[in-house]
Design a protein around this ligand. Structure first.
Ligand code: 8YV
Length: 327
């Protein structure tokens, strides 16, 4: 029997990533490309020391209790709400994520979704494909202005700052943000962003982009009450996590034109999408692809693999979330 560490790759990844991992580990890989539920995940993880996860597999106290050999879980995602980090730390299981490598790509996509939403690109394309374009008219797909407008950002981490820089420097937008803590002055200056309270953010933004991490505290951070504070001409973009927005409340606000439009890449309960969102025209819906460029997905997969190799082979992970377990 091989003495190499045994790991689980929980979901289909690049063949090159598997090959890289196989140089160091005995790899059990879920080629099915489905998210392993708690039962199957536990079954396949109980004799492993490491897991390569993709942001959806839940690692919680139950899984940890059933997998006593587990030492590390490397998420191929910057978000890590699928990990119960305190429970992992208590069990001395290392958690890693993939920060930085996806920042600019994800900020590009956030801006693309903002543009598509404000300028009604998806809606007008559907109209054209459906053969409905027979004449020009003065107000056909007239949207909202992007340049010079007020860009609001909720959650001002690396990706939020990337969106702020694009807005301020590329489109001359007036950038305001709200975050748990205020940025250092030099970071605020770099993205020409002004800190405001959440109420002012909601009331003043022409385009509001959500880039905050998901947690119990951010669950439904945008619900009916928050939507009611926004301008009727405003657009909302969510590239953070489903669950931050109350999708049913958003669909109602869009249908009743209480806000102008929304662009969503993430959903509560994805890949299921709230049925009401599928029937309102003024929303652009994409299937959680903000980090999806070939180079970025490769960099994310490489970093997750290098975290497993770094920790299990060399004792040094690259981007630990709970470095205290290394002591
Ligand atoms: C991933 C993401 O595509 O990094 C994140 O947090 O949401 C996306 O970049 C997704 O989590 C699957 O890995």
């Amino acid at each position: 029997m091989s003495t190499r560490p045994r790991i689980l790759v929980a979901r289909a990844v690049f063949p090159e990533t598997l090959h890289k991992l196989e140089q160091h580990f005995e790899v059990d890989s879920n080629q099915a490309d489905t998210v392993l539920g708690p039962q199957e995940l536990t079954e396949r993880l109980k004799d492993k020391v490491g897991a390569f996860t993709t942001g959806s597999e839940r690692i919680d106290a139950g899984v940890l209790a059933a997998c006593p050999q587990l030492k590390v879980c490397a998420n191929m995602a910057v978000g890590f709400n699928n990990f119960d980090v305190p429970a992992m730390t208590a069990r001395k299981v290392l958690a890693t994520n993939t920060p930085d490598v996806l920042t600019e790509t994800t900020a590009d996509f956030g801006f693309a979704l903002l543009m598509a939403t404000a300028r009604r690109i998806a809606e007008s394309e559907h109209y054209l494909r459906a053969g409905q374009w027979t004449k020009w008219s003065f107000d056909m797909f007239a949207g909202s202005e992007v340049h010079g407008s007020t860009l609001g950002i909720l959650g001002m981490g690396r990706i939020g700052q990337g969106i702020a820089r694009r807005g301020a420097h590329g489109f001359g937008m007036n950038v305001i943000y709200h975050n748990r803590s205020r940025l250092a002055p030099e970071l605020e200056a770099a993205c020409k962003a002004r800190y405001v309270g959440k109420d002012e953010l909601l009331a003043s933004a022409d385009h509001l982009v959500l880039v905050l991490p998901y947690s119990a505290a951010s669950h439904h951070a945008i619900g009916a009450a928050e939507l009611a504070r926004m301008k009727p001409t405003a657009t909302l973009v969510n590239i953070a996590r489903g669950g931050i927005v109350d999708d049913a409340a958003l669909a109602a606000a869009l249908r009743e034109k209480r806000i102008a439009a929304a662009g969503l890449d993430v959903y509560e309960g994805e890949p299921k999408v709230h049925p009401d969102l599928l029937t309102v025209p003024n929303v652009v819906l994409t299937p959680h692809i903000a980090s999806a460029t070939v180079p970025t997905r490769r960099a994310m997969a490489d970093l997750a693999a290098d975290n497993l190799i770094g920790f299990l082979v060399h004792g040094k992970p690259l981007t630990p979330l709970n470095p205290e377990v290394l002591n």
